[in-house]
Ligand binder design. Structure first.
Ligand code: E4P
Length: 218
């Protein structure tokens, strides 16, 4: 399973990248706003800055909700850098736009996906990635990880090429659950990635190894 970081914060992207296990980045308009990146030129520059830090796919989301607007924006975003993947919402014009991008060699991430039916349309339109939002489903008492499992099964059965990118991951256990459910990618906050390292027996064991070394070596 690939690891993407779900942030537009350059320091966090650098920190995750320095670990050597980062495969890409996802952003969305809320994450860009959180970093106070505003204005078309600054937003585009920020995407290029991210691409220059990480070797891997970087999702950049369109703001338009109509077909023509999505096509115009998507072309501009894709032209910024070869690593850019155009993120398109799973709405009617979005599916049409994904089909256009697929036919024109532009890679896409179909976002805001909450059902198998939406994932089916994304795959049929040829999306590179589909992003089911598991945390937001959990928030409304629906099992988000179960949706990942269902989409993975359907895609495998019908041999769709679209990769399942588990999004809206909130904590470390979500990552493990997505791994077990067969997700191709998990996009995670830095805290959830670093959480994978935590185990008290590792800390206790390391402390003892160092103490024993010191006893003999001074
Ligand atoms: C990433 O592609 C999504 O936009 C993101 O994971 C959404 O996460 P949230 O539900 O925590 O906002």
């Amino acid at each position: 399973m690939k690891f993407f970081i779900d942030t537009a914060n350059l320091d966090q992207i650098r920190e995750a990248n320095d670990l050597g296990v980062l495969d890409g980045v996802t952003t969305n308009p809320s994450l860009m706003a959180k970093e106070n990146i505003k204005g078309e030129a600054n937003i585009k520059k920020h995407y290029v800055d991210i691409c220059n830090i990480v070797k891997g796919d970087v999702s950049a989301e369109v703001i338009s909700t109509d077909y023509e607007g999505m096509i115009r924006e998507g072309k501009e975003l894709a032209a910024l850098h070869p690593q850019i993947v155009v993120k398109v919402p799973c709405i009617k014009d979005g599916i049409k736009a994904i089909k256009y991008f697929t036919d024109n060699g532009i890679r896409t991430n179909c976002t805001l996906v909450f059902s198998v039916g939406q994932a089916l349309l994304a795959a049929k339109a040829g999306a590179t990635y589909v992003s089911p939002f598991i945390g937001r489903l959990d928030d409304v008492s629906t099992d988000g990880v179960e949706l990942i499992r269902q989409i993975v099964n359907v895609y495998n059965y019908y041999e769709y090429g679209t990769k399942v990118l588990a999004a809206s991951i909130r904590h470390t256990m979500h990552i493990i659950q997505c791994l077990e459910a067969g997700a191709d990618v998990a996009t995670c906050p830095l805290s959830a990635i670093l959480g994978l390292l935590n185990h008290p027996l590792t800390d206790i064991g390391l402390k003892k190894f160092l103490a024993d070394y010191k006893k003999v070596n001074g």
